[in-house]
Design a protein around this ligand. Structure first.
Ligand code: PLP
Length: 412
């Protein structure tokens, strides 16, 4: 196939200090982007600049530094909000996708879900989008149904439709699977779930970093994602929530900044989004995330998606020619994010990842926080290569060479 990169990967790589280093004397080929991405210098510099020049507690003071810190923090919120076509009131800072999903579980779930209610999830969810709902179901007496998958690793649409017929109260699904790479049609699924009377919770941890996102077009009630999977710092993430729902929702955590007034007899809540941001926030993390959004915008999210699609198509083609490799999930790059999970013969994925590491190739191995999916596919673990803007066709060639070496070592 044509190896045409739609991005200037050589130029992009220069922006990432960590990609200049070697691992075990080899060029670092970083293919663990679904776990966390690397940070460009612009993001590192933005957090250093914030701490060196503007640091104070946002919203708390009238002195110059506090005003500058507030401006930097709120400026970052505006950048993230327009990145997903949301308003700033609907863009809540959290610690990451996991905390965002827990916020919905507590804020909406506690006061709306009743005994016998149905929560619909899918068999391709990350534990972060399973366990909060299991705890909610345990607490309220609700029940959970998981939408099954087709042989190709896509959602079983008939099953989804049957479950919508049972009027669920919550439908929570991933936009892009962190294991199979499957991209779900979030707009269509959200529209159907809403017609069934449910609120829709979309896990965008693996989609927002990799493709254009428009929450209005998606029509979901909530969208959760993490900064560290999109070039930003760890410990910062976002929950988008539709304003009308956020207005009527109870706070998640409570304390400073989320209140309007506190008396000995009770308290009233701050306006959106602050009602959901209790305590001192990770303002440096937010500023870093704002810089990450600037960096991604300077490339363009459509180009990011096109680049990853080209890499994924190439990786799928190479792997399907490679004897003994089983690839999981859709085999058409159009249906898939930049995630390729695989197993080779009986080689345990941890052994595979260690062997590849010796060649400088970083991949993830394990159950990928998706044990129900592993059980469904009847495998204990998988290896996973996942791509981002600084990966090239050469990186995939390096992966394939390392896989050939592994095959020889294990005498397959
Ligand atoms: N959802 C998906 C699909 C993920 O891949 C991940 C992380 O791998 C998460 C949620 C949780 O993200 P975080 O650990 O950043 O909260």
């Amino acid at each position: 196939m044509l190896r045409s990169e739609s991005l200037r990967v050589d130029e992009i790589r220069k922006d990432f200090p960590i990609l200049q280093r070697e691992v075990h004397g080899k060029r670092l080929v970083y293919l663990d982007n679904a776990a966390t991405t690397q940070r460009p210098k612009a993001v590192i510099d933005a957090t250093v600049e914030y701490y060196s020049q503007h640091n104070a507690n946002p919203h708390r003071g009238v002195h110059q530094l506090s005003l500058e810190a507030t401006e930097a923090f709120e400026g970052a919120r505006s950048k993230v909000a327009s990145f997903i076509n949301a308003s700033t009131e609907e863009t809540i800072f959290t610690r990451g996708a996991t905390e965002s999903l827990n916020l919905v579980r507590y804020g909406w779930g506690n006061s709306h879900v009743k005994t016998g209610d149905l929560i619909v999830l899918t068999m391709m969810e990350h534990h972060s989008n399973i366990v909060p709902w299991q705890l909610l179901a345990k607490q309220t007496g609700a029940r959970i149904e998981f939408v099954g998958l087709t042989k190709e690793g896509k959602l079983d649409e008939d099953h989804f439709e049957r479950l919508m017929g049972q009027s669920p109260s919550i439908v929570a699904f991933t936009h892009c699977s962190n294991v199979l790479g499957t991209i779900n049609d979030a707009a269509r699924l959200s529209a159907r779930a809403k017609r069934a009377g449910a609120i829709t919770v979309v896990d965008g941890a693996q989609s927002v970093p990799h493709m254009p996102t428009d929450v209005r077009a998606m029509g979901c009630d909530f969208l959760a994602f993490s900064g560290h999977k999109m070039l930003g710092p760890t410990g910062i993430g976002i929950l988008y929530g539709r304003r009308a729902i956020l207005e009527e929702m109870e706070p998640f955590q409570s304390g400073g900044d989320m209140i309007k007034q506190v008396h000995t007899t009770g308290a009233t809540w701050n306006d959106l989004p602050y009602k959901f941001e209790a305590g001192t926030q990770d303002s440096a993390g937010a500023v870093g995330l704002g810089a990450a959004v600037d960096y991604l915008n300077s490339i363009g999210m459509k180009r990011v998606r096109d680049h990853e699609m080209a890499l994924t198509a190439y990786a799928l083609e190479q792997m399907s020619k490679f004897p003994g490799i089983t690839v999981y999930g859709p085999m058409n790059a159009k249906d898939k994010g930049g995630v390729v999970s695989f197993n080779m013969g009986d080689i345990h994925p941890h052994d595979m990842a260690s062997l590849l590491d010796e060649e400088g190739v970083a991949i993830r191995s394990g159950h990928h926080c998706a044990q129900p999916l592993m059980e469904l596919l009847d495998v204990p673990a998988m290896s996973r290569a996942s791509f981002y803007i600084y990966n090239s066709f050469d990186d995939i060639d390096a992966l394939m060479q390392a896989l050939s070496k592994a095959r020889n070592v294990f005498c397959l």
